[in-house]
Design a protein around this ligand. Structure first.
Ligand SMILES: C[S@@+](CC[C@H](N)C(=O)[O-])C[C@H]1O[C@@H](n2cnc3c(N)ncnc32)[C@H](O)[C@@H]1O
Length: 235
């Protein structure tokens, strides 16, 4: 493990979740998706299992599988003691079929076209995909545009993303903005880690500076962009 990656993992460990999200946004998706009752559910890029915990409580009878490429995150997910099967693996190369594939904060690694194409063949009849994806919401400031042009150049508007989902042959069943609470839950825990780890060594401080830049843009410009939580199904 490189020194920078080690510092990154230290900064991002012990968080309640590894990206923005809320319990309610996931439960809202389940209200629509859990009819008829779900049998097999995948938490793709589950991180340390924050949403697997919600899924396992809300859906006590499902077979729940969590996959993430980071072994350290999977170990932390397993340590939660949930009724779920956690595996190290690639979210695009999943095995078996599912009634619901849930993916919080990780579609951007590949783009919506790639993930929907990869998962289409792993959906049972009536199966659905739910994911959160960050989108532009309002006229954006130069500062926010400059930051995200580096961090996520492919970031789209919600209308643009809707159109791309439809051209993949999927229908949008719901698309709800996550809102400030979902970002605060994540950033407040990160802020606490930053306060604890800052000043330890130059490598850690460099990793912290990148995260602080992201949070500073959020503090100044939240509202210009947000995550949207999508529920989609093949047409
Ligand atoms: C922003 S975090 C979100 C984690 C979790 N869903 C949550 O909300 O707490 C993104 C996650 O994607 C995982 N990831 C990135 N690329 C992946 C891949 N190809 N296969 C599986 N996991 C991946 C990372 O390890 C990380 O845990």
């Amino acid at each position: 493990m490189s020194e920078a990656f080690g510092a990154f993992m230290q900064l991002y460990s012990g968080l309640p979740r590894e990206g923005p999200g809320t319990i309610d946004s996931l439960l809202n998706v389940l209200e629509i998706a859990d009819t008829p009752p779900l049998g097999r559910v995948l938490d793709a890029a589950c991180g340390t299992g924050a949403d697997s915990k919600i899924l396992s409580r809300a859906l006590p009878n499902v077979e729940l599988i969590g996959v993430d490429k980071q072994a350290e995150f999977i170990e932390a997910a397993k340590a939660r003691g949930l009724r779920a099967d956690f595996r190290v693996g690639d979210m695009l190369w999943v095995e078996g079929d599912f009634d619901l594939i849930w993916c919080a904060g990780a579609v951007y690694f590949f783009g919506v076209e790639t993930v929907l194409e990869a998962w289409r063949g792993h959906l049972r009849p009536g199966g659905k995909v739910a994911f959160s994806e960050v989108v532009w919401r309002e006229q954006a400031s130069a500062e926010a545009k400059a930051f995200w042009a580096e961090a996520y150049p492919a970031m789209d508007s919600q209308n643009g993303l809707n159109a791309r989902i439809e051209s993949c042959g999927f229908k949008v069943l719901s698309a709800e903005p996550l809102g400030r609470a979902g970002w605060e839950a994540y950033y407040n825990a990160l802020r606490a880690n930053i306060a604890r780890l800052k000043g330890q060594n130059p490598v850690m401080d460099e990793v912290i500076a990148e995260t602080e830049a992201e949070i500073a843009v959020y503090d100044a410009h939240f509202g210009e962009y947000d995550y949207v939580v999508y529920l989609v199904e093949p047409v």
